[in-house]
Structure formats: structure tokens, C-alpha cells
Design a protein. Sequence first.
Length: 148
Amino acid sequence: MDRAASRPLPWLRAEFRHLLPLATRWRDNDAYGHVNNVVYYEWFDTVVNEYLVGAGALDIARSPVIGLAVHSQCDFFTALAFPQAIEAALRVAQIGRSSVRYEIAIFALGAASASAQGKFVHVYVDRISRRPEALPATLRIALERIAA
């Protein structure tokens, strides 16, 4: 199998409805002079939760149904480094009964193509029992607004 042929292409900014400006931090850089891979996952989590809180679909302290991460994955294309400004872009690829697959892309400010992109899957569960629950209506509506 030709690995180069199976490598995904970077997603485009125009394919996303929700963008969140972010700033890289000095501590994000690693010994190689670029943002360390674990930071991208922090940005994924940030853009998802920022969107849900802003849409009124999540109260971090009190929502009876919460999302737990069960899968994440990231492909890297171009390096980013402090003090670069970036944007995290979010869309919903799939909505299930109790789960959501988000797609997130990280762009250098103003770039048309993603520097990195990935998937983040939440299963929504009861806050106390941690058993899967159907997506609340307010959450489903918020997710549908940014569905691909």
C-alpha cells in the first residue's frame, strides 16, 4: 500500500462554520521549536467546549448530561510556533443518539489550509451514573447548527 496515497489532504477554512481565535503561548513550544503535539488536543477540547458553552448547550458545573471523550485523532501538516496567532475551526461530522463526532482544524491566522486536523468523539452520559444518555434537545440543536 502506498502510504503517500492514503495521507489525508488538509481541510479548508471555508468548510467550517465556527472559528475560535487563539494565541500560542511560550510554553506550547517544545525542544524542536514548534508547538508540541499534545497542545493540539488542548485546542480541540477548548474549541468544542467554548462552542457548547456559548451556544447554551453546556453548563460545565451543572449540566445533568456531560460529554466524555472516547476517541481523538490528529493529522499534522505544517508546524506552528509561538508567538503565532491561530484559529481553531469546528464542525460536527456525525450526530448519534448519545454520541457526537466533531472535526476540528487548526489554522495559522489567515491560512486557507489546515496546519493540523482531527476528530474528537464525545459520548454523552449522565453526570452521576456515567451511563450513556440521549442528547438533550438544546445540545442537538446546537450541534445541528455546525453540522457539515
